[in-house]
Design a protein around this ligand. Sequence first.
Ligand SMILES: CC(C)(COP(=O)(O)OP(=O)(O)OC[C@H]1O[C@@H](n2cnc3c(N)ncnc32)[C@H](O)[C@@H]1OP(=O)(O)O)[C@@H](O)C(=O)NCCC(=O)NCCS
Length: 154
Amino acid sequence: MIRPATVADLPALSALESELFGVDAWSEHAIAEELDGPGRRFLVALDDLGQVTGYAVTRASDDLVDLMRMGVSSSHQRHGIASRLLEAVLEGTDHASRMLLEVSVLNAPALGFYVARQFSVIDVRPHYYRDGSEALVMCRWLPGANRLAEPGRA
Ligand SMILES: CC(C)(COP(=O)(O)OP(=O)(O)OC[C@H]1O[C@@H](n2cnc3c(N)ncnc32)[C@H](O)[C@@H]1OP(=O)(O)O)[C@@H](O)C(=O)NCCC(=O)NCCS
C-alpha cells in the first residue's frame, strides 16, 4: 500500500534514512520539514503489517518535478516497491515537462533503477557528496514536455 506520509511515520522514516544514507541521512527535523514543504509530495510504501518499507519525496515548481529522495529498506529491495512509488509520484504530473534528480555516480543500484525507468544523464556535478564523489543529474521527460514543441514557443 502507498499513502501520503504523516508525522506518525517520522521515526520509521528517520530509521530508513540512517540505514540507507548513513552520514548523508536527513535528520528527523529535516524529514518533518519535507512533509508539508511547498510543492512537496511525500509518499510511503507499507508492508502487510503496516511497516514503512520505502518512501519517495518530490518537489514540484512550475513545470519541473524534482525527485528529492527515494529509498527502500535493504530487506525489501528488488520487489518492485520503488517502481510503485515512482508510478505514484508520477501521477498528477502530466502538466510538468521534466522530472529531475541527482544520484551519486557510485550508486549502481539507483543508476540501474533510474536508467531502466527512462531517466537519462544530462549533467554532472563534481565533488557533490561528502565522500567527494560526483552527482549525475538525470532527467525523465513528462507529458507536459509536448507543450515545449508548440508553435510560437521559442
Ligand atoms: C534504488 C532503490 C530505491 C531501488 O528500490 P527497489 O525497490 O529495489 O527497486 P525496484 O524493485 O522497484 O526495481 C528494481 C530495479 O531497479 C534496478 N536495480 C535495483 N537494484 C539494482 C542493483 N543492485 N543493480 C542493478 N540494478 C538494480 C533494476 O532495474 C531492478 O529491476 P530487476 O529487479 O527487474 O532487475 C533502492 O536500491 C534503494 O533504496 N537504494 C538506497 C537509497 C538510494 O540510493 N536511493 C536513490 C537515490 S535518492
